[in-house]
Design a protein around this ligand. Sequence first.
Ligand code: MG
Length: 395
Amino acid sequence: MARNRKTIAIIVAAGRGARAGAGGPKQYRNLAGKAVIAWTAKAFLDHPAIDAARVIVHRDDHDEYERAMGALLAHEKLLSPVTGGAERQDSVRLGLESITDDAPARVLIHDAARPFVDAATIVRVIESLDDSDGAIAALPVHDTIKRAAGATVETTVPRDALWRAQTPQGFRFDKILAAHRAAEGNVLTDDAAVAEAAGIQVKLVAGSPDNMKITQAEDFGMAELILGRKNATMEYCAGHGFDVHAFEDGNAVIICGVEIPHEKKLKGHSDADVGMHALTDAIFGAIGEGDIGDHFPPSDPQWKGAPSRVFLEKARDRVADRGGRITHCDVTLMCEAPKIGPHRNAMRNALAEILKIDAARISVKATTTEQLGFTGRREGIAAMATATIALPAGA
Ligand code: MG
């Protein structure tokens, strides 16, 4: 049944990315706290002219996809992922076949490894489809182009008619579906080539230099530079968190993700990780989104016994969803015992792994309260935390 979605984005993420080196497919690798695919998908999901988006994933990567997308999985415009094929072209065709029931007027096909596609480029491609069956983002070639035999120049190629094709590449849906069906088995390098082979006229619209494709491991450095420039207009917000948990009978406490043998345990609804709770509240505080209790009501039985990393991951994802970045965290634990010092680095590493930031950006320290008060009487542990977060200014 047609659901009258006018423009659907197909995001191709089924490659294995051997060229990007160790660390798995590049579209799932971390880029400033968020997987590359999550940056890419968000650009389309947040765009008012896009009615729905579907990601095409490798058959072995469905778990990786879910982990990488995180909170975006709940986005109302996100369609369930579809398994791709052996070649990129097969993956695109399977993606197109998967939306035949939706029968959109237009489809935009985009590489998952281009996370910086901007809203204006998406609009230019869509608008060009008003009077054309195909339109692609492209940039003129400015470098002089040589044709060579081995390492020796044969000739200089006139560049004035040459363009570098980017994605998104947009098409009238029925036309590109038919073109892909006809091209099956004839491997072409992009969807515009599939369209050209079918006689579809493809228009060029201005792409963007930032709309780079992350192909090799070194490209992540350039991607971070682009993000850094986009982040130049950030403002810095600090949030504060405080938490207390009482001791009860037991033989270990869990603090900042590290289990420490002790003659007591901490009492609580979850794993009672007092340090992680304080830090989670500090992050929510910095972005003005309440506290753990707002996001994970204690009255909801599904959070009973939940590992506290679930809370911290949520806070981390909310920062990323806001386009923000966790700059620094500082946690202070107050207790007479157990001794925290020997575990500080393990705690920093555990928090860094969850927050996907460098451990150098995380401080954990401890103090006693000189045997004064409830911590001094060894009745429980208190924790304070401060989080500093960069957010897009004015957002
Ligand atoms: Mg707590």
